[in-house]
Design a protein around this ligand. Structure first.
Ligand SMILES: Nc1ncnc2c1ncn2[C@@H]1O[C@H](COP(=O)(O)OP(=O)(O)OP(=O)(O)O)[C@@H](O)[C@H]1O
Length: 380
């Protein structure tokens, strides 16, 4: 992630606002799918609420697209059920499900004009031509391409083609919008602009949306809720803030954002030891004394300012190598009492300048107890 993107990310991370009190719009239960002997989806349970923007996030091959395609009916599951608007669509064909879809590759009809591409679904539904023309104009204005209706896809940029694909997917006013990596073929700047536009369009229309992405920054910036997947299973479902600040598993902690992991052992209530370092932790409740655990912390949580004799979890560390990453620098700290331990720490450009941070310096740093995550499974 670039420095700029990272700071924007902090501002843009969405806090989910959808009500979970009402019946879910989509209800998935025990969904499983195999390709031969390979199990691509393992008993997926998931509820999606009306108007939500949900991202399926995970590494390549974890089953995101397979789940999306099962929801669309394009590649049905082997077992399990899907309810959509209270209707069991588990065995319904794609045509019997009400969705629009946008793929990674623009998949526009090359021989049709922009207007004809957008109006395609309405022509299929035999809508009157005056209505189609009106709707196409409306949609092209909505996606910011009011002047492009007579062009052919080849005459458009990648970002414009994806806008047309979005307009086409929305033409029949579907209740569900499915987006399969819609931005990943675009260059970085266009991707960021289009993701903001897509998100605000989705909010204006209120259309329930599921987007597949392997880009955590995209998911954090766009989603009301993120479904983190790994190995055909759901690891965690939560708002971007929950996923980032309270990762439920080491996998999520590692996959979303950057984490340093350290082996530790529980030494008391809210207390762990890493090497010779005793640390207070706010969230070690489930673990009894003597349990080996894995301690995780984000680089931006390492404190270097306003450290006093009362500051908990302070220790001296040598600043190891520094990487310049635009608006911040990532350093590797080696605690004086445990030279073999390396802890990533991020310093803003301001902190670098104000504190005069240089490689080789010994500095007092601190870990806020509430910023330390404790997971089962340390190695000692
Ligand atoms: N038609 C198929 N035949 C055989 N294996 C398949 C088929 N489709 C998907 N798979 C396998 O199922 C697994 C999940 O694939 P899927 O496309 O859902 O992953 P993904 O999370 O969307 O990954 P990516 O981000 O790379 O698209 C992969 O290991 C893939 O090789």
């Amino acid at each position: 992630m670039t420095g700029r993107a990272r700071s924007q990310l902090r501002v843009q991370m969405k806090v989910g606002k959808m009500s979970t009190n009402t019946a879910p719009f989509i209800s998935i239960r025990k969904l499983a799918k195999s390709f031969g002997a390979f199990q691509a989806l393992r008993s997926i349970d998931l509820d999606i609420h009306r108007g939500e923007f949900v991202c399926f996030l995970g590494p390549s091959g974890c089953g995101k697209t397979t789940l999306l395609r099962a929801i669309a009916g394009l590649d049905p599951q082997d077992s399990g059920s899907i309810l959509m608007g209270g209707r069991d669509v588990s065995r319904a064909s794609p045509a019997e499900r009400d969705f629009g879809i946008v793929f990674q590759s623009y998949a526009l009809f090359p021989n049709l004009t922009v207007a004809d591409n957008v109006g395609y679904g309405l022509v299929n539904r035999r809508r009157p031509s005056a209505e189609i023309n009106r709707r196409v104009d409306e949609l092209l204005a909505l996606v910011g391409l009011p002047e492009q209706s007579k062009k052919y896809p080849i005459q458009l940029s990648g970002g414009q083609q994806q806008r047309v694909a979005l307009a086409r997917a929305l033409a029949t006013a579907p209740e569900l919008l499915l987006l399969d990596e819609p931005l990943s073929a675009l260059d970085a700047k266009v991707r960021i602009r289009l993701r903001d536009e897509m998100r605000s369009l989705q909010q204006r229309l209120g259309v329930t949306t599921i987007m597949v992405t392997h880009d955590q920054e995209e998911a954090l910036a766009m989603a009301d809720r993120i479904v983190v997947m790994s190995n055909g299973a759901v690891e965690q479902v939560g708002t971007p803030e929950e996923i980032y600040r309270h990762p439920g598993t080491p996998f999520v902690a590692d996959f979303v954002g950057h984490m340093t992991f350290l082996d530790a052992v529980v030494t008391g209530p809210g207390q762990v030891r890493v090497g010779e370092l005793d640390l207070l932790v706010a969230n070690a409740a489930p673990f009894s004394v003597g349990t080996p655990v894995r301690l995780a912390m984000r680089p931006e949580e390492v404190r270097t300012r306003s450290i006093t004799a009362e500051t908990p979890n302070r220790f001296d560390a040598t600043i190891g190598d520094l990487s310049f990453l635009g608006s911040y620098c990532r350093a590797h700290l080696e605690p004086t009492h445990s030279r073999s331990t390396r802890i990533a720490a991020d310093f803003s450009t301001n902190a670098m300048r104000d504190l005069g941070i240089q490689p080789g310096q010994v500095r007092t740093v601190a870990f806020p107890p509430e910023a330390l995550h404790v997971f089962a499974g340390g190695s000692r």
